[in-house]
Write a protein that binds this ligand. Structure first.
Ligand code: ZN
Length: 251
């Protein structure tokens, strides 16, 4: 529920990959005005608590919502030698759990960092081995990308990932046929790889967050890690829980 009306974010479970097919249905108040009590709108909309300005920034208030909000922060392309440990410290400080879609080749470079991520209670997940466009690979290469990555993550962390996110979001039915993992896309994208600006990135995430949002960011960039601190500093004042994708959507 926002200031304009209802937004239903539906998960089309008719597809085999349950996470990657979101449908957004908006019903503005204007469309309901002849069918509702005039007092109804005021009763339903509960503004976010005031005072939501963090030091050094002018972040917008959270959109109004009812009840608790659950958010899955996800980090792609790591682990990174210095930025990922810094991110882990921030997540721990705010008691937030997240999901890390790791690139196999990065795990090979930084296996100890991958292990730190898993030991801190975050979800480790598969983002291919070479960050290739899966849609341009042969069937054999697709399977290799997934299997090699799961193997090296298992070796480094002791955990076998159950989730996969395709690099660049590039996926089609042919690729899906070769993937036994759950495919996870995202619903909020601050484009942190492009805008290396913690204020801008955090503002985007805060203003687009909804209950059930999956936020995509990248732990390769220092500015993204700084954005996470701004997001958590601000949002944890409210009834917001940061959890892993599997915690939020079930195993
Ligand atoms: Zn990526």
């Amino acid at each position: 529920l926002n200031e304009k009306g209802f937004v239903f974010i539906l998960n089309n479970k008719s597809k085999s990959s349950v996470f990657d097919d979101w449908i957004e249905v908006k019903i503005p108040f204007a469309a309901l005005k002849d069918q509702t009590d005039p007092a109804w709108k005021d009763m339903l909309i509960k503004p976010a608590p005031s005072g939501g300005v963090i030091s050094g920034g002018d972040l917008p208030p959270l959109p109004p919502w009812n009840g608790p909000m659950r958010i899955a922060l996800t980090f792609d392309d790591g682990p990174h030698r210095t930025n990922t440990p810094m991110l882990l410290n921030i997540l721990e400080k705010y008691n937030a759990k997240a999901t890390f879609f790791m690139v196999g080749a990065q795990v090979a470079r930084n296996p100890n960092i991958a292990r730190m991520v898993a030991e801190a209670g975050h979800e480790v997940a598969n983002h291919s081995y070479t960050h290739a466009y899966m849609t341009s690979l042969s069937s054999y290469e697709i399977v290799q990308e997934i299997d090699r990555t799961n193997a090296i993550i298992q070796q480094a962390t002791g955990v076998t990932p159950t989730l996969f996110r395709p690099p660049y979001g590039a996926i089609n039915d042919r690729v899906r046929q070769h993937i036994s993992l759950k495919v996870v896309m995202w619903t909020v994208d601050p484009q942190d790889w492009k805008y290396r600006d913690a204020q801008r990135v955090s503002r985007h995430v805060i203003s687009h967050a909804r209950d059930g949002s999956i936020v995509v960011m990248h732990d390769l960039h220092r500015s993204s890690v700084e954005a996470v601190e701004l997001i958590l500093q601000y949002m944890t004042r409210y009834d917001v829980t940061f959890m892993t994708v599997s915690e939020m959507y079930g195993k």
